[in-house]
Each structure stands twice: as structure tokens, then as C-alpha cells.
Design a protein around this ligand. Sequence first.
Ligand code: ADP
Length: 187
Amino acid sequence: MRAMLRAPQRVLQLTLAIVKPDAVAHPLVLDAVHETILSNRFLIVRSRDLVWNRQDSQQFYQEHAGRFFYQRLVEFMASGPMRAYILAHEEAIPFWRSLMGPTKVFRAQHTDPDTIRGAFGLTDTRNSVHGSDSAASARREIAVFFPDFCEQHWYQHEEPQLRGGLVCYDAAAAIHRVPGDGWTERG
Ligand code: ADP
């Protein structure tokens, strides 16, 4: 268990983060990404491990259909287990994308070696992580991965408590909760 913390003051933004199959395949990389999330003071609102089939993958990356890397991308994303997170932070969308680093790993390794993709990405396709690129994408992508999650309910009932009070990190479930029996600190 970690110690208590002061909660953030500004309204929390939500984003959808994915740890892609190349990173989940290596437990140490998955742990490192998880630690990056915690040490950068994101709140983990939901988390789930899953495997996509080709159809899921095609649907999610529909906007890239026809691009030269599309088939490779679709196959890769359906090639093994992934982890999806709903993350909350004052600036969740741009902040998570800045931690991810540039799309192209070979560029990231030179220009942003300390980012997740710079440190762990394998190729331009197998680039370890995904993050929503706008509020509209975040809403759509969260609904794809967490169909039972009600954003409106979360903003009405959980967000004010998480922002205004103390936050509990449930290490067993690896998510943050509104205070219960185990107090712990983000990061
Ligand atoms: P990002 O994931 O950084 O938002 P995009 O939405 O443009 O980037 O691309 C979606 C995914 O498609 C990338 O994360 C990567 O896995 C793959 N991809 C994008 N561009 C390329 C490329 N030039 N070569 C290979 N794979 C690519």
C-alpha cells in the first residue's frame, strides 16, 4: 500500500490508453508502462486485459484502411493480449500522448528516447501504446473498450470525489477508487 495524497484541483479529463501486444508480451515492459502511469499521477479509472480478433482490429483502425501499413497493423493488434485503461488526469489526453512519444519508433528512439515508444517500441507498427488524440476520440474509444462505463455517471458521482478528496489505489485490482478500506498514494 502507498500513503495518502492530495487530490488534484482541476476537473479531470479522461483518455483511453492501450498497452499493445508487443508490450504486454513482455511483463517487465507492461510493468514499466503501468509504473509510468502511476508515477505521472494518472488515476486509473478502469482497466481490462483483452484479446482482439481481426474484425475488432479492422473496426478500430478503420480510418487507416488503405494505408500501406493497415494490414500489418490489423494483424498485429489481433496477435495477442492487450491491456486497456481509462485514465484520468487534468490534461489526460495530451499528457498521455506526450508520455507515449512519436508514432514512429525509429524517430522516437532518436528524438524522444525517454518516452514509452522511444524506450520500448519495436517498430513503427509495434509501438507499444495507444492514446486517444481528442476528447471525441476518447469518448468513442472508451465506449468500444468499456461499454458499461457511463461517463456522465462518472463525472457526476466519482470525479468530484476523486478530485476533491483522497484517492485509494487498489493494488490488487490495479485501479484507483474513491476511498474505501485501503489508502494509498498515486505515484
Ligand atoms: P498514433 O497511434 O500515434 O495516434 P496513428 O493514429 O497515425 O498514430 O496510427 C495508428 C497506428 O498505426 C500507430 O500507432 C502505429 O501502430 C501504426 N502506424 C502509423 N503509421 C505507421 C507507419 N508509417 N508505419 C507503420 N505503422 C504505422
